[in-house]
Design a protein around this ligand. Structure first.
Ligand code: FES
Length: 383
């Protein structure tokens, strides 16, 4: 009798996307159109626009989007384009106006609600039927906006997909319990630190890196000290769904394992001393630890460049009291720098003939295979 040596019990390596997915301008343009301009895109921390007249400009796909706090307190989003002859309305990334937004070209002026309120010789301006110009019809073009977790999410689609399904559902599915995210009360927290990283890598390399912990034992010495399960490499990924547990001698999620700031008020005993990581497609990563939140937003700028804004969020008391968050911030700042260096080291290889057919995924990287499947469905299979 011959021994059965067939590798049926050994999961097979799975092919990745080919290198052109990470360098090809046509594919990047398709991603802008099919993903960033159709899905809910996390744009700003709402607290950054606390006062009426404050605005921020963000790049969403190929569009410049203006987000403004109105005099009524509401946040609104508009395409940052003047309705007269198309000049960019706001050319600064952020600022504050007293009452109105005025185009710097011929001075058409818009209210904070987007309505056209004035234009030189406006009384003489008539539409094609000879009627007075319609201030709403010639106002700024609105963009759908939802607020959740203290962030403003915008959607450029004519008919936005369900926010509850696409965004909230992704978080619920990951944590398994719809109430789990609420416990952290992320919308009530304040930004203790923000670091903006300019990463010379395709946005998907950053997503893929975030989705696996196969690399943790190799490049994240500080993180694996705090989360020993992550040093197990192949097995590490399974812990993230139910929360990776802090090491026995670790007091807090800090660079040296020293104490943090106690539990956020709503965090449950089951969530204490655990780290959860969530990916919200296409551009958001959220890390939950008992005393703070690390919230990443990506802004894909080109096929080989991605801006990543990372917020460290604490209770308002911690931030208002000027507590020292440096040891707390330093842990994930190092993780970010280690991750982005790995992505930048990988990016040049994407145009090499060695990677024309792509590489392979080990079983622990199965989330990346699901991401590639999803991407191929949305963009079309160009492998
Ligand atoms: Fe804005 Fe003319 S293009 S006022």
């Amino acid at each position: 009798m011959t021994a059965d040596l067939s590798p049926v019990s050994t999961p097979a390596l799975i092919p990745t996307l080919g290198g052109k997915w990470y360098v090809d301008d046509t594919i990047f343009a398709a991603e802008q159109e099919q993903l960033f301009e159709r899905m809910w895109f996390c744009a700003i921390r709402t607290g950054d626009l606390a006062e009426p007249g404050q605005f921020k400009r963000v790049q969403v796909g190929r569009e410049s989007v203006l987000i403004v706090r109105g005099r009524d307190g509401a946040l609104r989003a508009f395409l940052n384009i003047c309705r007269h002859r198309g000049a960019m309305l706001c050319t600064e990334d952020q600022g504050q106006v007293r009452r109105n937004l005025q185009c710097p070209y011929h001075a058409w002026t818009y209210g904070l609600d987007g309505k056209l309120v004035a234009a030189p010789n406006m009384a003489a301006l008539k539409d094609a039927t000879g009627a007075d110009i319609d201030r709403v019809a010639y106002g700024l073009i609105p963009v759908a906006l939802r607020e959740w977790l203290g962030y403003a999410w915008v959607c450029l689609a004519d008919e936005p997909p369900s926010f509850e399904h696409e965004v909230m559902g992704a978080v619920t599915e990951r944590l398994g319990d719809p109430a789990a995210i609420d416990a952290y009360e992320i919308d009530t927290l304040a930004v203790g630190r923000r670091v903006v990283y300019d990463v010379a890598a395709n946005w998907k390399l950053i997503v893929e890196n975030f989705m696996e912990c196969y690399h943790c034992a190799t490049i994240h010495p500080e993180l694996t000290e705090v989360l020993p399960e992550f040093a197990e490499g192949l097995a590490a990924q399974v812990f993230v769904g139910h929360g990776a547990e802090f090491g026995a001698d670790i007091a807090g999620f800090t660079v040296d394992g020293s104490p943090g700031f106690g539990r956020l008020p709503g965090v449950t005993p089951e969530q204490d001393r655990r780290y959860f990581a969530i990916t919200v497609r296409p551009t958001v990563f959220v890390n939950l630890v008992p005393d703070h939140i690390i919230f990443h937003r990506m802004f894909p700028m080109s096929a080989d460049r991605t801006i990543v804004e990372c917020d460290w969020l604490y209770t308002k008391d911690v931030v208002a009291a000027g507590r020292d968050v440096s040891r707390s911030v330093e842990l994930f700042h190092r993780v970010n720098e280690q991750d982005f260096a790995a992505c930048e080291r990988t990016q040049p290889a994407m145009s090499s003939r060695a990677y024309r057919e792509g590489g392979v995924l080990v079983p622990a990287e199965h989330h990346i295979a699901e991401f590639h499947e999803w991407l191929s469905c949305r963009i079309g299979d160009v492998r």
